[in-house]
Structure formats: C-alpha cells, structure tokens
Write a protein that binds this ligand. Structure first.
Ligand SMILES: Cc1ncc(C[n+]2csc(CCOP(=O)(O)OP(=O)(O)O)c2C)c(N)n1
Ligand SMILES: [Mg+2]
Length: 613
C-alpha cells in the first residue's frame, strides 16, 4: 500500500489553516505553513531530525513519499514543480541526508524550479562541536539556491518557512529552509502567513513601447519561445503574438514544449541536435524576440557546423529575472516582465497596426505584406529538415560506421524515430544527459506545455528518471516516460523501488549501448580512441527491473519499439512501472561542443605516445 492511501485529504479540517495568533508547537507551525502553501506531497527519506513534524504530515493531508536516495527525492520535487507550477518539497536527515540533495538542487536551480529543500541540521546547542551528522549546511547550498532561510529561533518557524516558500515562487528557483533540529520542539505563539503571490506585470511601458516599435519595423521577425513562456502559462499569448506578426517561432534549447509543434509557424528547437529548420529560419531574422529566455550560452552554440545566430539582427529580450537580461547576448531592447503578460502587452500595442492601418497611416507592421513569404520560408526549411531527418538512419563518421557494421542492435536514430511515432499525445518526457538522449532532441515534439523535462544546464547524468517520478505524482493521469542512457541508468535505477513501493507507475526507456557514449565520443574525436572508463558491462536491465518488482522488457528490433512504448504507457493505467531496455549500436552522434576540448599536447617523453595521432 502506497502512502497515498494513508492520507485522507478529506479528513475534516486537514487542509484548513489555523487562523490568527495561536499557541502551537514549531512542528505545527512548519506543517501548517506548508498547508497554507498548498503542499500536498513531500519527497524524502525519514530521519530522526524531523520526526516530530513528520508525525503531523498525515493529519495535515500531506503525503510523504519515501525515496531510495535523497538525490532522487530532490529530483522528484523538481519534476513535480515543473509539471504543476507549484512548489516541489523535499526533506531529509541532517548531515548526509542533506548533502545527498546537493546535485539535484543544483539541477533544479538551472531548471528554474521552485523547490523548497527542507534541511534539518544539528541541534542549536551542539552546532560547531563536531557531533554526529554535523556539517555547515548553509554554505553548501549558497550558490544553488535563490534564498536560504535559517530558523535561528523556534519562535520564527512559521515566518521562515513562509519566506522560503514565497521566495521559491517569487524568484523561480530552489530555496533552502534550514532548521536546527531542536527548534521543532517547544511552544510558540505565532500566526500562519497567507502565501505572498505577486503579480509580475508585463514590464515597463517605455521598454514595451520600444519593443513594439522594433517589431513593427521588422521585416523578418522571429520569436524564440523560452522556458519562461511555459512557466508563465503563456503559450497561448505567444501563439497570438507570432500569428499577429506572422513570425516563425523557434523553441529555446530543451524547451520543445514552449510552442505547439504542429502550428504552421513552429520551426522546432534550437541547440544541440535541435531543428535545422529553426536554425535556418532564425538565421534570416532581422529582429529576434526572445520571450521568457535567459539565452543561456549553450543554447545558441553553432550546430551541424552552422553558425546560425543572426549576428546583425536586433534582439529584444523579455524575462522576469532582471539578472539574465543582456547577460549573454547584447540586446537592443530589454523588458523585465512576465513572458505571458509581456506578450499580451505587445499584442495590445501591435494589434491596431493591421494592413489597413498600415496603408492609411504608413505606421503599420513593416512585415505585414511579406508574412506569406516568411511562412513559406519556414515551411520549406521544415520540409528540408524533415526529409533529411527521415533519411538520417545512422551516424556516418568512420568510428560509427565501424562499430555498427553488421551489428544486430538497432541504430539509435531509427529507434528514436519509432519512439516518436508511438508517443501518446499528452505524454510527459524527461531526458537525461548522454549522446542518445541529446540526439532525441530532434525527435521530441509536443503540443502542450509542461511536457518536456530535460536535465537542463546543470547537465547531470541521473536526472531523468527520478524527475519523471515526481512529474507523475503531480500529473498521475498523464503517460510518464523517462529517456535514460545505460550509464545514467546505473546512477538512478534504484528509484524503481520508489515507483513500486509507492505505486507511482512510470516508464523508463533505457538506451543500452554498453558505454558512457557521450564521453566516449571525446575519446574518438580527440584521443585517438584511447578508451578508458567508457565501456560498460551491463546486467540485463530488464531483468533487474523485474527483480525489483517492475515490468522489464528488452527490445532489439525496430518493429517492437513502438508497441513496447505503447504497452509501457498503458501499463501505467494498471499501476505498473515498466523499464524498456533498447539494445542499440555503439555509434555516436555529434558531440555537444566542439570547443570543449583541445587535442592532447604532451611535453614529457613518457607521455609522448599520448599525444594527438
Ligand atoms: C553526474 C554526472 N557524471 C558525469 C557526467 C559526464 N557525462 C556526460 S554524458 C556522460 C555519458 C552518458 O552515458 P549514458 O548515460 O550511457 O548515455 P550515452 O551517452 O551512452 O547515450 C557522462 C559520463 C555527467 N554529465 N553527470
Ligand atoms: Mg550509454
């Protein structure tokens, strides 16, 4: 029985927050503040540090989801928040339980996820004495959280808890709530705060006016729809703005769900193994409007040997976070505002400038008469890319050809295409870090937001599976699928037990190429195939899954890929988690970055043989 069954959120009063200044225990203040913030699920591993508060989760209508590893718990909180737009919460034992959070909180930081990491710590009377499970927990998270609340006095429990929750949403990123473990006990008098939810607004009038002028003068405007569009629930507004301008739309890197893929103006994602159509189209732009994007440095690197960023285009950057404006790319206009509201404000400013208005006043949209041309250009670019991709069955570099010669395993690209074809309409897909997961970027298309969950810019192997478990908790009705390489799977498969124990049915598609492929590619490209630590001897991952109480399927022919995915999605309706192990060749696609490494140069005689070939 999963703990969901133990929580009856309909227990009278469970979700009703105590009102006014009341005497309570700090544990009660902590739990009530979570209720006030709408928290219904918390991921973690039990620990004596916070047992007094844990005891109250069930009567408060909060489900506690025990995980295999605290890193998994924090990734789950991340996935949960990315799907729901609400807080993801994780908690653990002081010391090692908390340090186990670190990688996942860093990942959530770069995914802009409002995760609250609750970190009980050594009791206040023994801090600094070097007792059991003690480490200074604030410095560890200082660079990977937006805010750190420290409960320095039990009387401040409600206040600090509320602030940690408020700031996670306010700044869209993880916050830490650090609580010396003795501060859960005692009696305090306090009031439970209402959540502080501010309206961000569309941005300054002057900046929006300037943006509208630039767009009105654009001959070839292109929209980059970023993660901020998803987070602000702004896809509809983005569609309207693009339609008004007749502007093709590209997704920012790993945000393939930020614009409906079937829309006539949609050109697909930029970035590593993104859409060549998107790159061809943006290269033509005279004005680019980056809506809800920090324009991260890796999202616009040259791809396919194509330096596509339009260096001479005017750039309008719109983002809710002022710190990212003008940071990576020089902007012509910057707008600090909510992506949805800013798009709506631009629509308001531009919608009067119809073709008729334009004829009468000469002040209309400069690109109005050529919208058909842009649409045609985008359509042709998409057709060319679709054809190229359809014929791109396998990698063609010398090493890939050699290792796949006569191989009975599937070519990764063909396998990814079969997965794409079988993808259920409302699926949620997370992707890990690895060569095949990155190539998957070419084959992942979405119609609705909050559907794609890449490992984003922290880029840690082991992200996708636990994140998808969190996604499934937030959206149990949607098919949940994690794409994971076999190396990354070794880091994360333990959480199968969480799926089975807690009845959280998901599917994981494991790409078994028996190698840490993405890193091996560097050995091929830079180190004359001097392989070290990149080959993997795997057990049957399907067998391992079965031993852990899940379904396990091994697929080695293309015809079985689609049916296996469909079955794994259907099985979720029956409460079953399925691991689909794809047996694929060892061929490897283009590397992430060509500028990441230099050819080896050695000076000492003993290492001379280890120079570039
Ligand atoms: C936690 C972590 N450790 C190491 C790396 C470096 N790294 C990047 S990709 C990669 C290989 C991934 O291998 P696998 O998951 O098997 O996928 P493949 O590349 O074979 O498709 C490694 C080790 C990383 N990104 N994250
Ligand atoms: Mg691999």
């Amino acid at each position: 029985m999963g703990s969901a069954d133990q929580v009856n959120r309909l227990v009278a009063g469970a979700r009703e927050v105590v009102k006014g200044k009341v005497k309570m225990t700090p544990s009660e203040a902590f739990v009530e503040t979570m209720v006030s913030n709408g928290v219904t699920d918390v991921f973690g591993i039990v620990g004596s540090a916070y047992m007094d508060a844990l005891d109250l989760f069930t009567p408060a209508g909060i489900r506690f989801i025990p995980t295999v590893h605290e890193q998994g718990a924090a990734h789950m909180a991340d996935g949960y928040s990315r799907v729901s737009g609400r807080h993801g919460v994780c908690i653990g034992q002081n010391g090692p339980g908390i340090t186990n959070f670190v990688t996942a909180i860093a990942a959530a930081y770069w995914a802009h996820s409002p995760v609250v990491a609750v970190t009980p710590e050594t009791g206040s009377m023994s801090i600094g004495l070097g007792g059991f499970q003690e480490t200074d927990q604030l410095p560890i998270f200082s660079k990977i959280t937006k805010y750190q609340a420290h409960v320095n006095n039990a009387a401040r429990m409600a206040e600090m808890t509320a602030r940690a929750f408020d700031r996670a949403i306010l700044e869209m990123g993880p916050t830490q709530l650090n609580i010396p473990r003795d501060h859960f006990y005692g009696e305090i008098e306090c009031e439970i705060a209402q959540p502080l939810r501010i309206e961000r607004g569309p941005g300054g009038t002057r900046d929006l006016d300037a943006a509208a002028e630039l767009l009105a003068a654009a001959k070839f405007p292109v929209v980059i729809s970023g993660g901020g569009v998803v987070m602000s629930n702004g896809v509809e507004a983005c569609v309207k703005l693009a339609e008004l301008l007749g502007a093709p739309v590209v997704n920012s890197y790993l945000h393939n769900d930020s614009f409906p893929a079937s829309h006539a103006l949609a050109c697909g994602p930029l970035g590593y193994h993104g859409s060549k159509a998107a790159m061809t189209v943006i290269n033509k732009a005279d004005v680019v409007v980056a809506l809800g994007s920090r324009l991260g440095p890796f999202g616009t690197l040259p791809q396919y040997g194509f330096e596509y960023w339009p260096a001479n285009a005017k750039l309008i950057q719109i983002d809710a976070d002022p710190r990212v404006l003008g940071l990576v790319k020089r902007t012509s206009v910057t707008v600090c505002g909510d992506a949805r509201e800013a798009a709506e404000a631009l629509i308001e400013r531009l919608s009067g400038r119809t073709a008729l208005f334009s004829r009468l006043t000469g002040g209309g949209l400069a690109g109005a008469s050529t919208r058909g041309e842009r649409e045609r250009y985008a359509r042709e670019a998409k057709d060319v890319w679709a054809k190229e991709l359809a014929e791109w069955h396998h990698e063609k570099d010398a090493w890939s050809l050699e290792v796949s010669k006569g191989a009975k395993e599937m070519h990764p690209r063909q396998m990814l295409r079969e997965l794409e074809k079988a993808m259920p309409a409302d699926a949620m897909v997370s992707t890990d870090i690895g060569n095949i997961c990155q190539i998957a970027n070419s084959y992942l298309k979405f119609e609705r937001p909050r559907s794609m969950f890449g490992a984003m810019m922290f880029g840690n192997c082991g992200y996708a599976f636990p994140t998808m478990i969190g996604c499934k908790v937030a959206a149990p009705e949607r098919p949940a699928i994690a794409y994971v390489g076999d190396g990354a799977w070794g880091m994360s498969f333990g959480e199968i037990l969480t799926c089975v124990r807690e009845n959280i049915p998901v599917a994981a598609v494991v790409f078994n190429n028996q190698q840490w492929g993405a890193e091996k590619k560097n050995h091929v490209d830079f180190y004359s195939n001097r392989f070290l630590g990149v080959n993997l001897e795997n057990p049957s991952w399907a067998g391992v899954a079965r031993a852990m109480g899940a379904e396990g399927v091994t697929v080695d022919s293309l015809a079985d890929v689609g049916p296996a995915l469909a079955a794994a999605c259907k099985a979720q309706g029956e409460g079953k988690t399925t691991i689909v192990e794809m047996m694929v060749t060892r061929e490897l696609g283009d590397p992430f970055r060509r500028d990441a490494l230099k050819l080896p140069h050695r000076l000492l005689d003993k290492y001379k043989a280890y120079s570039a070939a």
